[in-house]
Design a protein. Structure first.
Length: 386
């Protein structure tokens, strides 16, 4: 993995409709907060790992040429990263490797989106894939994930209430997150169950909102960490794994790509039993059923056991391995920043800086992201110690 690298600063914007600022201002806000978090300035940054979702979502080609200066990129190397919905995760991994490789000592990673000012992202997702082979995406991500959810339900015998329960758990967690978009006091099962059915088995409650947001992380080489902070988040493992979209006999309920990514990251971090060794996880759960599927993908349990793991309360805030203390993507989804939010939230946990959503004593965390046709996954593992 090259040199040891740590996250020393994190900056987030609130997830909402940001009619109050432009895209450059949104990115600038995240970067400014990340710098302030660790006491650095723009002059300390040697390079930028820059992320943004598909240009179609906002109608802006090569957004890095518009936004780099707002991020402090004047006369500095700016590396554009783009991997669809998991771009935030890939951008964070890119920032890590720019330091781990020895190219730079201090790198800023930043990614975001303003989805509320342009055509729906789902129009793009509904037209980008082959009309025959990719017909699962005819109405965008909801139709594809509905098929994934139905496959999971039928394969393992779960009823539709499991998705609702997962959504409720995340929405309740979001009440402690000042950056979450959906914060509904008193949210419960009955409220979620009463929401309209949009794409069976997905109700409105099972789906994420559309958000504007940006997120920034600062990666630093080991020999500089002590001068900056005494509470870093050390990068223990990273992985990015993708498979084909149309391969034969693909089982949407069995994310083999995520399983492979988890195995790679765990090997780097020296993790043998993730259910026992991890202290907190942040999953990219844009839809409620994915919470259960991803449990299995990251090897917390065997295939088909995600719902039963949920039944035991292990992933509740009071459980032994809390999942999404932030409320996850179910409560805030800017696409461009969402996967980086997962990594940033995981880093904040081991830094002990997650505020009201802090898991006490967290020393080892995992942040996840997915994108594309639900076949591309990123993982980063953080530790409070080297």
């Amino acid at each position: 993995m090259g040199r040891r690298v740590a996250v020393v600063g994190v900056g987030m914007t609130e997830n909402k409709s940001h009619w109050d600022c432009s895209m450059p201002a949104l990115y600038r806000l995240a970067v400014t907060r990340a710098l302030a978090d660790c006491g650095l300035t723009h002059r300390d940054i040697q390079a930028i790992s820059f992320g943004h979702s598909p240009e179609y979502f906002e109608g802006i080609n090569h957004p890095e040429k518009w936004l780099a200066e707002a991020c402090g990129g004047y006369l500095k190397p700016v590396f554009r990263i783009h991997t669809g919905g998991t771009v935030g995760g890939s951008t964070a991994i890119g920032g890590y490797y720019l330091v781990a490789s020895g190219m730079f000592d201090v790198v800023l990673a930043v990614s975001g989106n303003k989805l509320n000012e342009t055509a729906s992202a789902q129009i793009g997702l509904g037209t980008v894939y082959d009309p025959i082979m990719g017909r699962q995406f005819n109405t965008g991500a909801p139709s594809a994930v509905a098929l994934q959810s139905l496959r999971y339900m039928s394969k393992y015998g779960y009823d539709e209430d499991y998705g609702i329960r997962a959504a409720v758990q995340n929405r309740q967690n979001a009440m402690n997150n000042p950056y979450a978009q959906l914060k509904i006091p008193g949210y419960n099962f009955e409220m979620a169950k009463s929401t309209p059915m949009l794409c069976y088995p997905l109700r409105l409650a099972d789906m994420c909102p559309t958000s504007d947001a940006a997120c920034a992380m600062i990666f630093v080489a080991e020999d500089r960490v002590k001068k900056i902070t005494d509470r870093p988040a050390w990068v223990k493992g990273t992985a990015a794994v993708s498979a084909g979209v149309y391969y034969a006999d693909r089982d949407w309920a069995v994310p083999i790509e995520l399983r492979k990514a988890a195995e790679i990251a765990y090997k780097q971090a020296g993790i043998k039993d993730p259910l026992k060794e991890l202290d907190v996880i942040e999953l990219y759960n844009a839809f409620s059923w994915q919470e259960l599927v991803w449990y299995e993908g990251i090897k917390l349990c065997d295939w088909g056991e995600g719902g039963r793991l949920f039944d035991k309360g292990i992933t509740a805030m009071t459980g032994s391995l809390p999942s999404n203390p932030s409320g996850g993507v179910l409560c805030a989804n800017s696409i461009g920043a969402a996967a980086m939010f997962r990594k940033a939230e995981a880093a904040l946990q081991v830094m002990g800086k997650a505020g009201a959503r802090q898991v006490q004593g967290a020393k080892l965390s995992l942040g996840h992201g997915w994108g594309g046709a639900i076949q591309f996954h990123t993982i980063m593992i953080f530790g409070s110690e080297k």
